[in-house]
Design a protein around this ligand. Sequence first.
Ligand code: MN
Length: 275
Amino acid sequence: MLELSANIEYMFLDREFVDRIDAVAELDVPAFEFGVWLEHDLPTIAERTRRYGLTVANISVDPKIRLLDSDESAALAGAVRATCDTARQLGCTQLGLLVEEVKHEPGRPWFDYQRSDGERDERRRQRDNIVRALKSVAPIAEGAGMLLLVECLNTLVDHADYFIASWQEGVSIAREVDSPALGLTFDAYHHQVNEGNLISSLTQDIDLVHHIHIADVPGRHEPGTGEINYLNLLRAAKRAGYSGYLGLECVPTKADVGAALAPIRQIVDQVNRED
Ligand SMILES: [Mn+2]
């Protein structure tokens, strides 16, 4: 079963943060999600979540910790513990985790940094630091009954210097960490921008995918406004065994968000009805 989850950092921005939960309920979307939580009124969020019978599908480990060149694993452990505690208050079981950015030279694409032996070794060392840090915190999440989900971001439009820019690198990191509490978020928007090849990428490693983010390319607007065929992508995800939330991480093109989301709701309903 696929279910939509509205990211309230992307939509209903004309309302106060906690009032966006009301908007989710008004549209009859079953879940919502957001990233950073430190600044928010958590008791009110928890109360409204319960009042409307919603699910908090995902929050993020916050703040972003430096892992590549310095050992801040103690700070990461503290952030993971605190996020597990917050997630428990909200009835949420999935924690998004971003690694940091590396300082690339302006205009030089990330893959160019594999050219020389020295740069390849540098990236390898940074990657190994990420693996080591994730191995150290995965047991914390596992003990709390939570999933830590690492996300790959695009480097061509939105996050020029983000470290995990390739899905295969994310997969290889997750495989090496090898913990039942460590998985990946597949963000179809980021993936389409950087790589394309959505259906093969998603289905080949579907066992690692515990959350999917959706938006269309270009513009990061609602599905149906761009080049991604969500009917075929979501059908493939379901057939490969994915069951879970589809986080709407998109900026609606219409003031009437319900109208903007009508096409993707129709697709989700159709896929859910299929065998
Ligand atoms: Mn995302």
